[in-house]
Design a protein around this ligand. Sequence first.
Ligand SMILES: C[S@@+](CC[C@H](N)C(=O)[O-])C[C@H]1O[C@@H](n2cnc3c(N)ncnc32)[C@H](O)[C@@H]1O
Length: 217
Amino acid sequence: MKKEELQAIAAQLKHPTGEKGIEMANMMHETNINMTRHSIQNLNIAAENKILELGHGNASHLEFVMQQAEKLTYYGLEMSELMFQEARQINRDYVSQKQAFFSLYDGNAIPFQDSFFDKIFTVNTIYFWQEPEKFLLEIYRILKPDGNFCLTFAEENFMKQLPFTAYEFTLYSTEKVQLLIEKTAFKIVYTETLTEKVKSKMGELVDRAFTTIVLEK
Ligand SMILES: C[S@@+](CC[C@H](N)C(=O)[O-])C[C@H]1O[C@@H](n2cnc3c(N)ncnc32)[C@H](O)[C@@H]1O
Protein backbone atom coordinates (compact mmCIF):
# COMPACT_ATOMS: atom_id res chain seq x y z
CA MET A 1 0.00 0.00 0.00
CA LYS A 2 1.18 3.53 -0.79
CA LYS A 3 2.12 6.00 1.94
CA GLU A 4 -0.90 8.21 1.06
CA GLU A 5 -3.30 5.27 1.46
CA LEU A 6 -1.86 4.35 4.86
CA GLN A 7 -2.08 8.00 5.95
CA ALA A 8 -5.72 8.10 4.82
CA ILE A 9 -6.60 4.99 6.90
CA ALA A 10 -4.87 6.48 9.98
CA ALA A 11 -6.68 9.81 9.52
CA GLN A 12 -10.07 8.04 9.27
CA LEU A 13 -9.40 5.99 12.42
CA LYS A 14 -8.44 9.17 14.29
CA HIS A 15 -11.31 11.28 12.98
CA PRO A 16 -13.88 9.57 10.71
CA THR A 17 -15.31 11.88 7.99
CA GLY A 18 -17.39 11.56 4.78
CA GLU A 19 -18.64 8.38 3.02
CA LYS A 20 -15.44 6.50 3.85
CA GLY A 21 -15.89 7.47 7.51
CA ILE A 22 -19.25 5.67 7.71
CA GLU A 23 -17.72 2.50 6.25
CA MET A 24 -14.74 2.80 8.57
CA ALA A 25 -17.03 3.19 11.60
CA ASN A 26 -19.02 0.05 10.66
CA MET A 27 -15.79 -1.88 10.22
CA MET A 28 -14.43 -0.56 13.57
CA HIS A 29 -17.61 -1.59 15.36
CA GLU A 30 -17.34 -5.17 14.03
CA THR A 31 -13.60 -5.51 14.60
CA ASN A 32 -13.56 -3.89 18.04
CA ILE A 33 -16.80 -5.16 19.62
CA ASN A 34 -14.95 -7.68 21.80
CA MET A 35 -12.70 -4.92 23.19
CA THR A 36 -15.72 -2.66 23.74
CA ARG A 37 -17.65 -5.39 25.59
CA HIS A 38 -14.62 -6.15 27.75
CA SER A 39 -14.39 -2.49 28.76
CA ILE A 40 -18.12 -2.29 29.55
CA GLN A 41 -18.15 -5.57 31.52
CA ASN A 42 -15.25 -4.41 33.70
CA LEU A 43 -17.15 -1.26 34.74
CA ASN A 44 -19.48 -3.22 37.08
CA ILE A 45 -22.42 -1.11 36.00
CA ALA A 46 -25.24 -0.84 38.56
CA ALA A 47 -28.82 0.46 38.37
CA GLU A 48 -29.21 4.23 37.84
CA ASN A 49 -25.54 4.74 36.94
CA LYS A 50 -24.53 7.72 34.82
CA ILE A 51 -22.05 6.43 32.24
CA LEU A 52 -19.71 8.38 29.95
CA GLU A 53 -18.00 7.01 26.85
CA LEU A 54 -15.21 8.97 25.17
CA GLY A 55 -14.84 8.29 21.42
CA HIS A 56 -17.80 5.97 20.84
CA GLY A 57 -17.54 5.78 17.03
CA ASN A 58 -21.02 4.89 15.68
CA ALA A 59 -22.06 3.59 19.16
CA SER A 60 -23.76 0.45 17.78
CA HIS A 61 -22.88 -1.15 21.13
CA LEU A 62 -25.18 1.15 23.14
CA GLU A 63 -27.82 -1.58 23.55
CA PHE A 64 -25.18 -3.79 25.18
CA VAL A 65 -24.43 -1.00 27.69
CA MET A 66 -28.12 -0.55 28.45
CA GLN A 67 -28.55 -4.30 29.08
CA GLN A 68 -26.12 -4.16 32.02
CA ALA A 69 -28.60 -2.73 34.58
CA GLU A 70 -31.88 -0.82 35.00
CA LYS A 71 -32.39 2.94 34.61
CA LEU A 72 -28.99 3.81 33.13
CA THR A 73 -28.13 7.13 31.52
CA TYR A 74 -25.44 7.10 28.83
CA TYR A 75 -23.46 10.14 27.67
CA GLY A 76 -21.26 9.95 24.58
CA LEU A 77 -18.54 12.45 23.65
CA GLU A 78 -16.91 12.59 20.23
CA MET A 79 -14.59 14.86 18.25
CA SER A 80 -15.96 13.63 14.90
CA GLU A 81 -19.14 15.38 13.71
CA LEU A 82 -19.87 12.34 11.52
CA MET A 83 -19.67 9.91 14.46
CA PHE A 84 -21.83 12.23 16.59
CA GLN A 85 -24.51 12.21 13.81
CA GLU A 86 -24.23 8.46 13.14
CA ALA A 87 -24.47 7.57 16.83
CA ARG A 88 -27.54 9.79 17.31
CA GLN A 89 -29.22 8.24 14.25
CA ILE A 90 -28.45 4.60 15.15
CA ASN A 91 -29.56 5.16 18.77
CA ARG A 92 -32.45 7.55 18.07
CA ASP A 93 -34.88 5.66 20.36
CA TYR A 94 -32.55 5.99 23.36
CA VAL A 95 -31.97 9.66 22.45
CA SER A 96 -35.69 10.47 22.21
CA GLN A 97 -36.32 8.69 25.53
CA LYS A 98 -33.54 10.81 27.10
CA GLN A 99 -31.59 7.70 28.09
CA ALA A 100 -28.67 8.67 25.82
CA PHE A 101 -27.09 12.08 25.20
CA PHE A 102 -24.45 12.61 22.52
CA SER A 103 -22.23 15.73 22.27
CA LEU A 104 -19.23 17.03 20.38
CA TYR A 105 -16.22 18.48 22.21
CA ASP A 106 -12.61 19.48 21.54
CA GLY A 107 -11.00 16.24 22.83
CA ASN A 108 -9.38 17.99 25.80
CA ALA A 109 -11.77 19.89 28.11
CA ILE A 110 -14.62 17.56 29.11
CA PRO A 111 -17.83 19.63 29.30
CA PHE A 112 -19.23 18.21 32.55
CA GLN A 113 -19.10 19.27 36.18
CA ASP A 114 -16.84 17.61 38.79
CA SER A 115 -17.83 14.14 40.12
CA PHE A 116 -20.69 13.75 37.61
CA PHE A 117 -20.21 10.15 36.40
CA ASP A 118 -20.37 6.75 38.12
CA LYS A 119 -18.60 5.03 35.23
CA ILE A 120 -16.40 6.21 32.37
CA PHE A 121 -14.91 4.13 29.57
CA THR A 122 -12.97 4.58 26.36
CA VAL A 123 -11.83 2.07 23.74
CA ASN A 124 -9.14 2.62 21.11
CA THR A 125 -8.79 6.36 21.69
CA ILE A 126 -5.63 6.70 23.83
CA TYR A 127 -3.48 6.64 20.66
CA PHE A 128 -4.96 10.03 19.70
CA TRP A 129 -4.98 11.89 23.04
CA GLN A 130 -3.20 15.21 22.53
CA GLU A 131 -2.09 15.71 26.16
CA PRO A 132 -2.48 12.32 27.85
CA GLU A 133 -1.63 13.36 31.43
CA LYS A 134 -3.91 16.42 31.35
CA PHE A 135 -6.67 14.34 29.78
CA LEU A 136 -6.47 11.76 32.58
CA LEU A 137 -6.79 14.63 35.09
CA GLU A 138 -9.96 15.74 33.28
CA ILE A 139 -11.38 12.21 33.51
CA TYR A 140 -10.42 12.10 37.21
CA ARG A 141 -12.21 15.40 37.81
CA ILE A 142 -15.58 14.28 36.38
CA LEU A 143 -15.56 10.80 37.99
CA LYS A 144 -17.42 10.32 41.30
CA PRO A 145 -15.25 9.39 44.32
CA ASP A 146 -16.52 5.78 44.22
CA GLY A 147 -16.62 5.59 40.41
CA ASN A 148 -14.65 3.48 37.93
CA PHE A 149 -12.86 4.28 34.70
CA CYS A 150 -12.01 1.54 32.15
CA LEU A 151 -9.29 2.28 29.63
CA THR A 152 -9.09 -0.28 26.81
CA PHE A 153 -6.43 -0.29 24.09
CA ALA A 154 -4.58 -2.64 21.72
CA GLU A 155 -1.01 -3.40 22.77
CA GLU A 156 1.90 -1.59 21.11
CA ASN A 157 3.56 -4.89 20.10
CA PHE A 158 0.54 -5.75 17.99
CA MET A 159 -0.26 -2.25 16.74
CA LYS A 160 3.25 -1.52 15.50
CA GLN A 161 2.91 -4.36 12.95
CA LEU A 162 0.07 -2.43 11.26
CA PRO A 163 1.71 -0.10 8.73
CA PHE A 164 -0.86 2.72 9.07
CA THR A 165 -0.02 3.19 12.79
CA ALA A 166 3.18 4.95 11.68
CA TYR A 167 0.90 7.97 11.09
CA GLU A 168 -1.31 9.83 13.62
CA PHE A 169 -0.96 7.11 16.33
CA THR A 170 0.95 7.16 19.61
CA LEU A 171 1.30 3.52 20.63
CA TYR A 172 1.17 2.23 24.21
CA SER A 173 2.18 -0.96 26.00
CA THR A 174 0.56 -1.76 29.36
CA GLU A 175 3.78 -0.61 31.07
CA LYS A 176 3.68 2.77 29.30
CA VAL A 177 0.04 3.30 30.30
CA GLN A 178 0.81 2.31 33.89
CA LEU A 179 3.66 4.86 34.00
CA LEU A 180 1.31 7.52 32.66
CA ILE A 181 -1.32 6.66 35.30
CA GLU A 182 1.30 6.84 38.06
CA LYS A 183 1.68 10.55 37.25
CA THR A 184 -1.97 11.07 38.28
CA ALA A 185 -3.97 10.44 41.48
CA PHE A 186 -5.77 7.45 39.88
CA LYS A 187 -5.31 4.02 41.48
CA ILE A 188 -5.12 0.91 39.32
CA VAL A 189 -7.62 -1.72 40.54
CA TYR A 190 -7.22 -4.37 37.87
CA THR A 191 -5.37 -4.97 34.60
CA GLU A 192 -6.21 -7.72 32.11
CA THR A 193 -4.62 -8.48 28.74
CA LEU A 194 -6.41 -10.84 26.35
CA THR A 195 -5.54 -12.12 22.89
CA GLU A 196 -8.19 -12.50 20.20
CA LYS A 197 -8.29 -13.36 16.50
CA VAL A 198 -9.34 -10.42 14.33
CA LYS A 199 -9.45 -9.80 10.59
CA SER A 200 -6.75 -7.34 9.58
CA LYS A 201 -7.34 -4.47 7.11
CA MET A 202 -5.66 -6.76 4.55
CA GLY A 203 -8.21 -9.54 5.22
CA GLU A 204 -6.17 -12.25 6.98
CA LEU A 205 -6.75 -13.41 10.61
CA VAL A 206 -4.20 -12.10 13.12
CA ASP A 207 -3.76 -12.39 16.92
CA ARG A 208 -4.47 -9.09 18.63
CA ALA A 209 -3.46 -8.48 22.25
CA PHE A 210 -5.56 -5.87 24.03
CA THR A 211 -5.70 -4.60 27.58
CA THR A 212 -8.31 -3.13 29.89
CA ILE A 213 -7.08 -1.18 32.91
CA VAL A 214 -9.70 -0.49 35.59
CA LEU A 215 -9.03 2.70 37.58
CA GLU A 216 -10.56 4.33 40.65
CA LYS A 217 -10.06 7.59 42.56
C1 LIG B 1 -10.24 4.21 16.40
S1 LIG B 1 -11.83 4.94 16.66
C2 LIG B 1 -12.51 3.86 17.91
C3 LIG B 1 -14.01 3.84 17.96
C4 LIG B 1 -14.59 2.83 18.95
N1 LIG B 1 -14.34 3.22 20.31
C5 LIG B 1 -14.00 1.46 18.68
O1 LIG B 1 -13.15 1.01 19.44
O2 LIG B 1 -14.39 0.86 17.67
C6 LIG B 1 -11.45 6.40 17.59
C7 LIG B 1 -12.67 7.27 17.81
O3 LIG B 1 -12.39 8.15 18.89
C8 LIG B 1 -12.62 9.49 18.50
N2 LIG B 1 -11.63 10.28 19.26
C9 LIG B 1 -10.32 10.48 19.00
N3 LIG B 1 -9.76 11.18 20.00
C10 LIG B 1 -10.73 11.41 20.92
C11 LIG B 1 -10.80 12.07 22.18
N4 LIG B 1 -9.74 12.69 22.72
N5 LIG B 1 -11.99 12.09 22.84
C12 LIG B 1 -13.07 11.50 22.31
N6 LIG B 1 -13.09 10.88 21.12
C13 LIG B 1 -11.93 10.83 20.44
C14 LIG B 1 -12.51 9.52 16.98
O4 LIG B 1 -13.31 10.55 16.43
C15 LIG B 1 -13.02 8.12 16.60
O5 LIG B 1 -14.41 8.10 16.39
